[in-house]
Ligand binder design. Sequence first.
Ligand code: C5P
Length: 223
Amino acid sequence: FLPQDLKGLNFLVTAGPTWEPWDEVRVLTSRSSGKMGYAVARAARDRGAKVTLISGPTGLLPPSGVEFVRVTTALEMKEAVERHFEQADVLVMAAAVSDYRPSEQVAGKIKKGPEKITLELVRNPDILEELGRKKGKRVLVGFAAEAGEVVEKARTKLKAKNLDLVVANDITQEGAGFGSDTNIVTVLFADGRQVQLPRLDKLTCAHRLIDLMVKLIPGREAQ
Ligand code: C5P
């Protein structure tokens, strides 16, 4: 019964955390489950879009009917997103990309030793910010998981990354945190509009977000 309102569109969706190795056993990562991004990929698929899902390491099954690309690190994710960006009409960056990676990966396993050791981190490239500079007619959607002053921080990101829409959620709120099956989001648009969605299961939330995205796609404003 779903409307096939995304027919003819290519959705590029990222999801999950990245893993930044510091030796051959250990990684630096975040608590992202990937559920929100996978829900967006499913919802877009069910409405007729051609979907590519680029996923960091998650415990989730790849959804059927989408092109699935498995990556580990932020640098791999960047490479995969760039490879698919040209054909994309809509990019939804739901992945929790690690902002930093260990400056070097140690071969083997670091042995227990001194009381205190130091891990040096270097900045990862900001995938979305770089693509924001060459977005063309594409619709760019970012996520902003924040703790406190969520809307202000999300609006700053929207501007810095040249996004059309940013989905902000307060990770300290009950029912909105990492791994949760529900989400409570505030959607911010480049034109200053702001829409608050109630607590919804992630698939329903994904559909409501897509409803808002569709209207930003050139030629589909009236839907
Ligand atoms: O990390 P930050 O809060 O700035 O992330 C906001 C948005 O930017 C998210 O959509 C995330 O996927 C994206 N991002 C990215 N590359 C990074 C960090 C974040 O594309 N290195």
